[in-house]
Design a protein around this ligand. Sequence first.
Ligand SMILES: Nc1ncnc2c1ncn2[C@@H]1O[C@H](COP(=O)(O)OP(=O)(O)OP(=O)(O)O)[C@@H](O)[C@H]1O
Length: 202
Amino acid sequence: MNALLDVLDLETARLGPLSLRLAVGELVQVTGASGSGKSLLLRALADLDASRGLVRLGDCDRDRIAPGDWRRQVAYVPAETAWWAPRVDGNFPPGWRLHDAKSWLACFALPDDALDWEIERLSSGERQRLGLLRALLNRPRVLLLDEPTANLDRENTQRLEAAVRRYLAEHGAGAIWVSHDRLQQDRLGGRVLEIHDGRLRS
Ligand SMILES: Nc1ncnc2c1ncn2[C@@H]1O[C@H](COP(=O)(O)OP(=O)(O)OP(=O)(O)O)[C@@H](O)[C@H]1O
């Protein structure tokens, strides 16, 4: 298998040791009871929380990549996105391209002028889609998606699933997707891992 993300004996204060390998283009789902540590796992992989163990992106160890670069390449998309600027596009990463942003807006069935919207007016589902869009503009190699469709209706859920699939196929990226939804697990397919007692099991 052509490994994109290789995780060996990852440990944090509350998790592990756990190991995981994500292939180029692969989407792995993570499930588990509420409070089992799914978000903590994604945060540890994104280097937002301290962890020990080997984490490698392609053939490069995480220790050799500056934390900011790592987080751009291994992007954590939380269920509740944080925004700092008052307008949507004021929160986009440096160098973002209008063409890319518009093409993702179309995938999410949002109008072009959503880029100018005030953050305050966004519904929770709009926040969730625009939070993913913001992450995609950095062209990450790995997406860490924390219940990315929690606030979406069925139609928008399926749009977002298709958008992530498109992104993985076009960019040879990988994704770890936290989901509680059995029907979604069936639609997305691929491996489903469960967190239990701080460990991953298939
Ligand atoms: N900073 C912290 N200090 C103490 N406990 C924490 C901290 N962060 C998370 N926890 C605890 O760790 C456990 C795992 O949290 P996590 O957010 O990863 O759960 P989860 O599996 O994502 O749950 P859910 O499905 O409800 O979102 C929870 O019991 C949570 O209260």
